[in-house]
Design a protein around this ligand. Structure first.
Ligand SMILES: [Zn+2]
Length: 412
């Protein structure tokens, strides 16, 4: 039950019922495709005739296409309906400290081309580079150029004001209050969607994963990378909070005497469990450094391996690497306990390079989760690694562009 906001509402118009029904049809086709009109009518408990106009509108707009593939015992082949992904393109940009990625994908999340580049120092340089790469990708891979491109999704390692599209703060990039959306839009004249990475990743789970495999409508997505971010979905809707900063669990301090965090405080969840923390932990175990700061210095000096290499060594059985990741797993679990206590999600997805070593992380995560929550069912909350590892943040960027087309209309 949602209360109507008397200061901010949208009135239903004459076309509202049809718009709502068309989106229901579109979502059902996407979920059960290929699906016949008869089956669609059955699932909606309406007569076939009622569907005719709605389906025709979707077919005419090019969002849905008809294909005659299903054979029935009597040999008739009803026309099946599918959501069109071919030729409907999205540019996805994953901005990270260090290296960023840009990809051309179809609206279904199938990547057609992908490039990695050094993240520029300033937002304006990034906008220049993105504009240049978008033009090149479309020229090389899109027969109709920008025409078939539905928009550009950009995921950022920081908080984003959804209404204004401004990046509020990205501690690891050192960027504050930047209108990146306007900067990219002015260069390309295309629709640009900007969002914090964990929120985008949660949207990707919500919109690109079939309901049948997801099966929960309230879940959290925890992105463990250079930092830690959390996207929370409650009853199929992103939880954003009054000023769009919900989910900032990464900067909750779990240990006031812990390592210093980029935000200036000590012992934040992020400072204990991000990739750099895992690498430094490994360095400390390997070199015998006594403090995290010492290990951090040594790790930098000795050009220590990145998280991928630590994960590889741990999976190969190297003791120091295994111990480091098991310890990190415990810290991840302590933070997950906060999330479970905050909103009782039906599932928690964990994304990031470290999830490649899930067999090592799972037990310490579970132990810490059980220890950090009230006795009962909370500790049993399913925690699963995001399987789309190589491109999980890019898929998030794709979802930013595609989700608005499927979302329920906001009326009232
Ligand atoms: Zn912090």
């Amino acid at each position: 039950m949602r209360k109507i906001n008397t200061r901010n509402f949208r009135l239903a118009t004459r076309s509202t019922p049809r718009d709502v029904n068309r989106r229901i049809v579109l979502n059902l086709i996407r979920e059960y495709q290929p699906i016949s009109r008869a089956e669609l009518a059955r699932r909606m408990s309406v007569r076939r005739g009622t569907l005719t106009t709605l389906v025709r509108e979707l077919v005419e707009s090019g969002i849905v296409f008809e294909k005659g593939t299903a054979a029935t015992p009597r040999g008739r082949r009803p026309t099946m309906l599918c959501v069109r992904t071919r030729g409907r393109l999205v540019v996805a940009v994953d901005v990270r400290s260090g290296r960023s990625s840009i990809a051309l994908s179809d609206v279904g999340g199938h990547m057609l081309a992908r490039e990695v580049f050094e993240t520029p120092a300033s937002p304006n340089q990034l906008a220049d580079l993105v504009a240049c790469e978008v033009a090149r990708l479309l020229k090389q891979h899109a027969p109709n150029g920008a025409e078939g491109c539905q928009g550009i999704g950009v995921v950022l390692p920081g908080m984003v004001d959804r209404k204004t599209g401004r990046l509020i703060y990205a501690p690891r990039l050192g960027w504050r209050d930047v209108d990146l959306r306007a900067a990219i839009t002015s260069r390309l004249g295309m629709k640009v969607y900007i969002e914090s990475a964990p929120i985008a990743c949660a949207l990707a789970r919500l919109w690109l994963e079939p309901e049948a495999t997801r099966s929960v409508n309230s879940f959290a997505y925890v992105s463990v990378s250079e930092g830690i971010g959390v996207g929370m979905v409650v009853n199929g809707e992103m939880l954003r909070g009054e000023s769009h900063t919900a989910g900032e669990f990464g900067h909750v301090s779990l240990d006031s005497s812990g390592p210093e965090c980029v935000c200036g405080r000590r012992g934040c969840w992020e400072a204990l469990a991000c990739n750099a923390a895992s690498v430094e932990r490994y360095a400390r175990k390997l070199t015998g450094a006594t403090t995290q700061e010492d290990a951090s210095r040594r790790a930098r000096k000795a050009t220590f391996p990145g998280i991928e290499e630590v994960v590889r060594r741990a999976r190969g059985g190297e003791r120091a690497a295994v111990d480091a990741l098991v310890e990190t797993g415990g810290h991840i679990g302590r933070g997950l306990a906060l999330i479970v206590s905050a909103f009782n999600p039906g599932r928690i997805y964990v994304g990031g390079e470290i999830t490649e070593a899930w067999e090592l992380l799972e037990a310490p995560i579970r132990d810490a989760l059980v220890a950090g929550t009230m006795p009962g069912r909370a500790g049993a909350t399913p925690v699963v690694p995001d399987s789309s590892l190589a491109e999980y943040r890019l898929l998030g960027a794709v979802a930013l562009v595609t989700a608005p087309g499927y979302a329920a209309l906001a009326v009232g």
